[in-house]
Design a protein around this ligand. Structure first.
Ligand code: PLP
Length: 342
């Protein structure tokens, strides 16, 4: 009786497709309703919603993976739930309980089970939870009502032909966030602020731009919408630490893997642009691609190449294979990282 969908799994990209069900919960008069799955993919909200005018909204991104024995699993959804609530705190929006967040994701995956790509294709079901301020309001203040929703789309693997390094350019004319702004929250405003910088980088032949710390412009913060890590010549895994960086769950997972699975020393701290020579490998990390190996970084007209512009370095490869293996159930996960969808 299981529904079948006609999708060419091998050629999926990262684009929107309407799936059958999405989850919607409403907050009004100080509380969330019980929430439900709906078929309609359109939202009807007040034209005066704070999400539309004042950027009062935040979102998350996570994936459901099909394993070799045909189970479906989520990777650390509790971390997404907690991060969503930290974003909500920052924008004065009500929290959505962690247990309910995980349950909503599970419900959406189950209801759209036919869209979870088969094991071995590298494709996954991408989940997009979001929380927005709605209701009638015109002054600059928190909304009177909120919606929490989760929808899903099947997406292809980021790298179709295997891990390929790409080049990035350091942005000195754009910041994605202010020193004490919303950089650490997963909010749409940061993305609006990044569109132009991204376009300029791409127009100049780079995959994306690298943002420096907004205060001194001397330290690496983010690689487009992904976190940065580097591996030093003496095998240390180093990643920047700053309140204006979005704390990537992939990044913290890689930190753990570097330490516990690969016996590398790890640290979070300043990564000065002038110290790029300390790294033999570097990468960008996030849910979408897991790891994007960084071939080179251009700074003030000079391209700094790490391992190679064409081949992924061995430690970056091992980090990638281990995390990818954990996510698809082929490598033993640390306690509590995997939630089976039943
Ligand atoms: C979502 C996001 C990331 C990656 O976070 P993951 O939890 O690893 O997916 C990195 N940087 C920014 C700006 C983001 O919005």
């Amino acid at each position: 009786m299981t529904k079948k969908v006609d999708i060419d799994w091998a050629n999926l990209s990262f684009s929107y497709m309407k799936t059958d069900f999405r989850y919607v919960a409403k907050w009004k008069d100080g509380k969330w309703d019980e929430g439900k799955l709906v078929e309609d993919n359109m939202l009807t909200i007040s034209e005066a919603s704070t999400a539309l005018h004042y950027g009062q909204q935040c979102f998350e991104g996570l994936k459901a993976y099909r394993t070799k024995d045909n189970k479906i699993q989520l990777f650390r959804p509790d971390e997404n739930a907690k991060r969503l609530n930290r974003s909500c705190d920052k924008l004065l929006m009500p929290n959505f309980p962690v247990e309910r967040f995980i349950d909503a994701c599970m419900q959406v995956v189950k209801a759209n089970e036919a869209y979870v790509p088969p094991y071995g294709t590298g494709a996954t079901l991408y989940l997009r939870p979001f929380l927005i301020g709605v209701g009638d309001n015109i002054g600059v203040k928190p909304a009177p009502e909120y919606l929490f929703c989760v929808f899903c789309v099947p997406v292809g693997p980021y790298f179709k032909g295997g891990l390929t390094p790409v080049n990035f350019v350091i942005s000195e004319s754009f910041d994605r966030a202010a020193p004490y702004g919303t950089g650490g929250a997963k909010v749409g405003g940061n993305y609006a602020a990044s569109l132009e910088a991204h376009k300029v980088a791409v127009d100049n032949g780079f995959a994306d731009c690298i943002y420096l710390d907004p205060k001194t412009h001397t330290k690496i913060e983010e690689v487009g919408a992904a976190n940065f890590f580097g591996i030093t010549h003496d095998n240390k895994f180093i990643t920047p630490k700053s309140p204006s960086i979005l704390p990537s769950i992939t990044k913290y997972s890689l930190l753990h893997i570097a330490k516990e699975y690969m016996n590398l020393e790890t640290s979070e701290g300043d990564v000065l642009v002038e110290d790029l020579d300390q790294f033999k490998e570097a990468g960008a990390c996030g849910t979408a691609a897991v790891i994007t190996p960084i071939g080179g970084i251009e700074y003030r007209g000079k391209l700094h190449v790490f391992h190679s512009e064409t081949e992924v370095g061995p430690l970056t490869r091992e980090l990638y294979d281990t995390l990818y293996g954990i996510q698809f159930g082929d490598v033993k996960a640390p306690e509590g990282w995997i939630y089976e969808v039943k």
